[in-house]
Write a protein that binds this ligand. Structure first.
Ligand SMILES: *Cc1c(COP(=O)(O)O)cnc(C)c1O
Length: 401
C-alpha cells in the first residue's frame, strides 16, 4: 500500500463544525430549536426553493415527499431500478406499489424512453408519481421527464440525494439548481456522512408548494397540530372566553417522529456554508479523473454524463469490462483494497431484492443489469488530493494488461 487508505467517500468535519455543534449543545435546545428553522431557510435559499423541510434521514425526506402527494394503496409510482432501496421503499411505506423502470446502461439513469416504456407496460395502473434519481450526481433529463409526467398528470419527486450543489437543464438551454423544483413537485436530499454535506443523519425535502410544505411539517411530528386557527374541536381547544387552551394539540393524521435535533441542524448549516468550496473541489477532482481515465477507455471509462448539465458529483463511478480484464469485480475490489483504494457498487437493482422479488416477481430490465454488471465507484471526496486521484488511476491502469 502506498499512502493512506482512500475510501470511496468521506465526510469533512472542520473546527467551525465542531464550534457550531458545541454551541448548539450548550444552548439549552437538544431537539427542535431555532437551528432547525435557520437551517431550513438557509437550505431553501441555497437550492432556490420556497420551502425546505428537514427531517432525520434522506429516507424520511422521501417518505414525507410521498406523504405530501397523499400516495396510498391503489396508487403506483415509477422508480428506476438502479437506486438505493429508500427510493422505492418510500412509496411502499404509503402503501403505493412500485413500478421499476429500466435505466440507460451507460449512465444508470432513468431516460424518457424507459419512463414511457414503464408507463406502457402498466396501462391499468393508477400512476401518481415518478421518482427520477440523479445517480452519482448527474441529473436525469428533467425537461423530458417532466413533459411526459405532465401529459399524464404524474407528479415528479426528484431523488436528489447525490446531486446537491449541481444544476440541471430546465428547458430553453437554461439551468436550474438541483432542489429548486423548477420541473418537479418535490426534491429530496440526504445528509448522511457519505453525501456531499452532512448533519450526521438527516434529510431535506424542498418544494415550492405551500400545501405540500404544511403537510410535511405536520407529518414530521406525529400529525400533530398546535396552531389554534387549525383546531377542529373548538370545544376542546378553547376555553369559555374563546382563548386557546395552552396545553392543547390535535392529531389530525397518523404522522411520524421524523424530527431532527438542533445540533444536527447546527452541523448542517455549518457544512452548507462550505457547499460552494466542496462543489468546486469535487468538480476539479472529477475533471482530473475524466482526463486521466480517457486513455483507459473502452475497458475502463466514466459513466456517461448528462450533456448540458453543470453537475456536482457525489460519487465517481466507472464502468469496467471485467470480461476483458479477465477478473471478477470481487477480485478487482479486493486487489484495489489491498492497494489502499476503497470502492463500492452503487447499486444492486432494487427489483432484485428478495422483498421486491416476492412482491412483483422476476422483472427483466437489461439496461439496469448491464449497468450493474460494470459499475464501480472509486474514491471521491473534497479532502482528496490530486495525487490521490493519480494513484487511483494508476491502480486502475495496472488492471489492464
Ligand atoms: C443516501 C440515499 C438515500 C437515503 O438517505 P438516508 O439519509 O441514508 O436515509 C436515498 N436515495 C439515494 C439515492 C441515496 O443515495
Amino acid at each position: 500500500m502506498s499512502g493512506p487508505f482512500l475510501p470511496y467517500g468521506r465526510q469533512d468535519i472542520d473546527a467551525s463544525d465542531l464550534a457550531a455543534v458545541a454551541e448548539a449543545l450548550q444552548s439549552g435546545y437538544l431537539t427542535t430549536g431555532p437551528r432547525v428553522a435557520e437551517f431550513e431557510a438557509a437550505f431553501a435559499k441555497s437550492v432556490g426553493a420556497r420551502h425546505a423541510v428537514v427531517s432525520n434521514s434522506g429516507t424520511a425526506a422521501l417518505h414525507l415527499a410521498c406523504i405530501a402527494l397523499d400516495l396510498g394503496p391503489g396508487d403506483s409510482v415509477v422508480v428506476p431500478a438502479v437506486t438505493f432501496l429508500a427510493t422505492a421503499n418510500a412509496a411502499r411505506f404509503c402503501g403505493a406499489e412500485v413500478i421499476f423502470a429500466d435505466v440507460d446502461p451507460d449512465s444508470g439513469r432513468l431516460t424518457a424512453a424507459a419512463f414511457e416504456a414503464a408507463l406502457a407496460q402498466h396501462p391499468q395502473a393508477s400512476i401518481r408519481a415518478v421518482l427520477p434519481v440523479h445517480l452519482n450526481g448527474h441529473c436525469v433529463d428533467m425537461p423530458a421527464i417532466r413533459a411526459i409526467a405532465e401529459a399524464r398528470g404524474i407528479a415528479v419527486i426528484e431523488d436528489a440525494c447525490h446531486a446537491i450543489g449541481g444544476r440541471h437543464q430546465a428547458g430553453n438551454r437554461s439551468l436550474a439548481p438541483v432542489g429548486s423544483c423548477a420541473l418537479s413537485e418535490l426534491a429530496c436530499f440526504s445528509l448522511h456522512p457519505v453525501k456531499t454535506i452532512t448533519s450526521g443523519e438527516g434529510g431535506v425535502t424542498s418544494t415550492n408548494d405551500e400545501a405540500a410544505y404544511r403537510r410535511m411539517c405536520t407529518f414530521r411530528s406525529h400529525g400533530m397540530v398546535r396552531e389554534p386557527a387549525d383546531f377542529l374541536h373548538a370545544d376542546l381547544g378553547f376555553d369559555a372566553d374563546g382563548e386557546a387552551n395552552p396545553w392543547y394539540y390535535e392529531m389530525q393524521a397518523l404522522g411520524y417522529n421524523y424530527r431532527i435535533t438542533d445540533f444536527a441542524c447546527a452541523l448542517g448549516s455549518s457544512q452548507l456554508k462550505r457547499l460552494d468550496t466542496y462543489s468546486r473541489r469535487r468538480r476539479d477532482l472529477a475533471a482530473r479523473y475524466d482526463r486521466l481515465l480517457a486513455p483507459l477507455a473502452p475497458v475502463i471509462r466514466p459513466v456517461s454524463p448528462a450533456p448540458g448539465d453543470d453537475p456536482v458529483l457525489h460519487l465517481y463511478a466507472v464502468l469496467i469490462d471485467f470480461a476483458v480484464l479477465g477478473r471478477s469485480r470481487a477480485a478487482v475490489m479486493r486487489d484495489l483494497k489491498a492497494a489502499g483504494i476503497g470502492t463500492m457498487v452503487h447499486y444492486i437493482p432494487v427489483n432484485r431484492q428478495p422483498y421486491y422479488r416476492w412482491r412483483y416477481g422476476e422483472i427483466r430490465l437489461p439496461g439496469a443489469e448491464a449497468y450493474y454488471a460494470r459499475a464501480l465507484s472509486i474514491p471521491l471526496y473534497p479532502t482528496m488530493q490530486d495525487d490521490d486521484v493519480d494513484r487511483v488511476v494508476s491502480a486502475l491502469q495496472a488492471l489492464i494488461r
